[in-house]
Design a protein around this ligand. Structure first.
Ligand code: TYD
Ligand code: MG
Length: 455
């Protein structure tokens, strides 16, 4: 008989190892390995022959007719967009995000919309008392929506309640880390409990055709099991992101068995809940003035959706030989150092004696190297006190050689800028033509700097 063997399970990603370690070898998180008691490891036996005794499975071609899944459209366009058209009946969706980012608010709003449209919707909260949820619904102006509300944490109780003839169209579980399955031991929030509870709820979804939505908190310290252990079990994973100190939130499809993963939904958290932002560029562009130096508009991409953001730079001359500060918000500081080095070495601009501050407006984070040229433009504009034309957008990747390289999805970026009234783009020379927008192409950074300085 196989003898029980100690094993350790990472509470963040669920990987199993036979030895304890401070850092998980798979996901790299610290202090997340926890002993999993009583596990029996059955050694694989080569004597089992699996090539007979089963039933033949049915095979069919790729061209067989398909039935498209029925969807529950929430009429919150930004949510439907991220889902690829609404919640799919009989599917499981996981919405992950930091605590307090707005997951419960979003789902309560979606639940109310669907309930008002005549769907049967149940919202089970394991975190807040029913009255708390009710109060929030009232504050959001949704107090009269016929949502079935309950506070519960036992998966058996929940499935018994909805298991009869009363399976709802949409069942929201907020959050999966508070749920408890009595099929296995362990406290709520551990990997094994989160897995078992989800497994039961997902099976319910498939059997009864209910769209089940699981809320999953993401914690950095791994004190509760992260949603990553569930990603392979559910059909759709949405990540709800944003800075808590800023208004905007981005809902991103990370995985979608029923649609693409390049769509995002953009929301703003307001006092009456989450409002849809159908034109995200307006959120990130501060009011534009003709003569401000150091500000440049950059067409960023979220998936395949362009979002115009403002890059701001400020330089302060230092009198003495003190080490100048470089401070960056919303961009990579290593990349800033690189752009500064290229500007110094290839274009002869002196940043070494200046403090440099770089900021992406609105709390947005840019990781796209296409922003290089916009950052360079903001820096040169700040240093030289010459404004970048306010009707222009700037994009392009900068190589260490000073070459300005073309970037992906140039046409999409130009189109969005055209829609928002920009008439010029300062871009790589080899970028394709921009339709309504006039394109000024630059082969390398020295030529771009000459243009900026009017030389
Ligand atoms: P919540 O949906 O509870 O977050 P999560 O479920 O992801 O933990 O959102 C909580 C935050 O949202 C809280 O800090 C307050 C803020 N908020 C608003 O600003 N306006 C609102 O109308 C609501 C309901 C919440
Ligand atoms: Mg919540």
């Amino acid at each position: 008989m196989a003898k029980p063997q100690k094993r350790y399970v990472c509470q963040q990603c669920g990987s199993v190892s036979s030895k304890w370690a401070g850092q998980c070898a798979d996901c790299g998180d610290w202090n997340t390995l926890v002993e999993d008691a009583g596990a029996v490891v059955t050694p694989f036996s080569a004597r089992h022959n699996l090539q007979s005794g089963g039933r033949p499975i049915l095979l069919s071609g790729l061209d067989t007719a398909i039935a498209l899944p029925d969807r529950l459209k929430t009429d919150i366009a930004e949510l439907d967009r991220a889902l690829g058209g609404g919640f799919v009946e009989g599917s499981a969706t996981l919405i992950g995000g930091d605590p307090g980012i707005g997951k419960s608010t979003l789902l309560l709003q979606a639940a109310a919309k669907l309930a008002l449209a005549g769907k049967s919707v149940a919202y089970v909260s394991g975190e807040e008392a029913a009255d708390q949820v009710r109060l929030r619904a009232r504050r959001l102006g949704l107090g009269n929506a016929p949502v079935q509300l309950a506070a519960a944490t036992s998966v058996r109780d929940i499935l018994t309640t909805f298991g009869g003839s009363s399976a709802p169209d949409l069942l929201i579980i907020d959050s999966i880390q508070t749920m408890h399955s009595d099929l296995i031991e362990g406290a709520p929030g551990t990997v094994s409990q989160v897995r078992a509870s989800s497994g039961e709820l997902i099976r319910f979804a498939k059997e009864r055709g209910t769209a089940v939505v699981l809320v999953g908190h993401v914690t950095k310290d791994g004190s509760i099991a992260g949603p990553r252990v569930l990603e392979h079990m559910v059909d759709t994973v949405l990540a709800f992101e944003g800075e808590r100190s800023h208004q905007y939130r981005i809902l991103r499809a990370v995985k979608n068995r029923f649609g693409g993963t390049d769509e995002i939904g953009v929301f703003a958290m307001e006092s009456e809940g989450l409002s849809e932002v159908s034109n995200p560029s307006s959120l990130f562009l501060t009011s534009r003035d003709e003569n401000v130096t150091g500000t440049v508009v950059f067409p960023a991409l979220e998936g395949t959706r362009p979002v115009l953001v403002e890059v701001q730079a400020l330089t302060v001359r230092l009198a003495s030989g003190a080490t100048p500060r470089r401070a960056v918000v919303g961009w990579d500081s290593g990349r800033l150092a690189m752009i500064l080095a290229v500007l110094e070495a290839r274009c002869g601009l002196a940043f070494a004696t200046a403090e440099v501050y770089l900021n992406i407006a609105g709390g947005y984070r840019v990781t796209d190297p296409a922003a290089d040229l916009a950052v360079a433009a903001a820096l040169v504009s700040a240093l030289s006190e010459r404004p970048v034309p306010s009707d222009a957008i700037v994009f392009g990747e900068i190589a260490l050689s000073g070459e300005v390289r073309p970037v992906a999805h140039g046409a999409l970026r130009l189109k969005e800028a055209g829609k928002l009234g920009f008439s010029r783009a300062l871009a790589p020379a080899s970028q394709a033509e921009g339709g309504a927008i006039k394109l000024s192409g630059f082969k390398d950074l020295p030529r771009f700097v000459d243009y900026m300085l009017g030389r």
